[in-house]
Design a protein around this ligand. Structure first.
Ligand code: ADP
Length: 247
């Protein structure tokens, strides 16, 4: 059944920019309820992998299967609607709106700020927003303007803005960059709750954090996978040690 299949299956994926292979013959899978982390030196192709999955960059060859659908043939907007949420590295929240309003306008039925604010607030949506605010540690800040949040709290708010769209796969680019130690711990806990009903793909440099959250680690180097498996496995892989010590 579909429940037994991986949520995401990337197969022989490649992309070239003017003959330069940024991603070269990449294959990996993400199961339901799993966190996969992509690591690798700068320029390895990590961001390009997320760009390919969310449809921002078109693959030269290969396939990306997501819940039985082929994403390489779909438009970026349709991929979002199919259930792939992506958070970029720098938080982009509406600074002048409250936490509540930021979550409200991200609810998929509102297509923009004005449309969303025109909608009557029904009880169901309000409850959903409150649940998410609690999950992202911002229930005490729900009426606070986003401008008054810390950097880490803005990152959580942006994760909440994705969660309200109910993605089956959440992709996060360096989610704990610039966070305090305490915020990192709480982000790891947040991810544990998120994967009760979703899967997560993360790009991360903080190895302590990777060790804490990753079920599977993919190590990219010059667009290719040089190691893949548990953190324990890749950490002891001579090819990985060589790439990291060589830098
Ligand atoms: P990482 O995220 O691992 O640092 P990137 O995916 O950003 O690596 O980049 C991988 C390589 O692909 C880099 O050499 C980068 O310059 C190149 N690259 C990425 N996107 C483009 C693009 N749109 N056009 C040309 N080259 C690109």
């Amino acid at each position: 059944t579909m429940q037994d299949e991986p949520l995401l299956a990337v197969d022989s994926l490649s992309v070239s920019f003017d003959g330069f292979k940024a991603v070269d013959d990449l294959s990996f899978q993400i199961n339901r309820g799993e966190i996969r982390v992509i690591i690798g030196p700068n320029g390895a192709g990590k961001t390009t992998v997320l760009d390919l999955i969310c449809g921002r960059t078109k693959a030269t060859s290969g396939s990306i299967r997501f819940e039985g659908r082929e994403l390489t043939r779909m438009k970026e907007y349709d991929i979002v609607r199919a259930g792939v949420g992506r958070k970029f590295q720098t938080p982009s929240v509406y600074e002048d709106l409250t936490v509540f309003e930021n979550l409200e306008i991200s609810y998929p039925r509102g297509r923009g700020v004005f449309e969303a604010l025109l909608f009557r607030r029904d009880r169901e949506l309000t409850d959903c927003i409150r649940d998410i605010a609690e999950m992202i540690y911002l229930d005490q800040k729900i009426d606070e303007k986003a401008a008054n949040l810390s950097h880490g709290q803005k990152q959580w708010l942006e994760i909440g803005m994705l969660l309200i769209q109910d993605p089956a796969l959440l992709m996060l680019d360096e989610p704990v960059a610039g966070m305090t130690v305490n915020e990192r711990v709480r982000t790891a806990e947040l991810l544990q709750r998120i994967i009760q009903s979703r899967s997560v793909l993360v790009i991360e440099h903080d190895m302590g954090f990777v060790e804490k959250i990753a079920h599977q680690v993919t190590v990219l180097h010059q667009g290719r996978i040089i190691s893949d498996g548990s953190m324990e496995h890749v950490k002891n892989d001579p090819k990985v040690v060589e790439v990291y010590l060589g830098h």
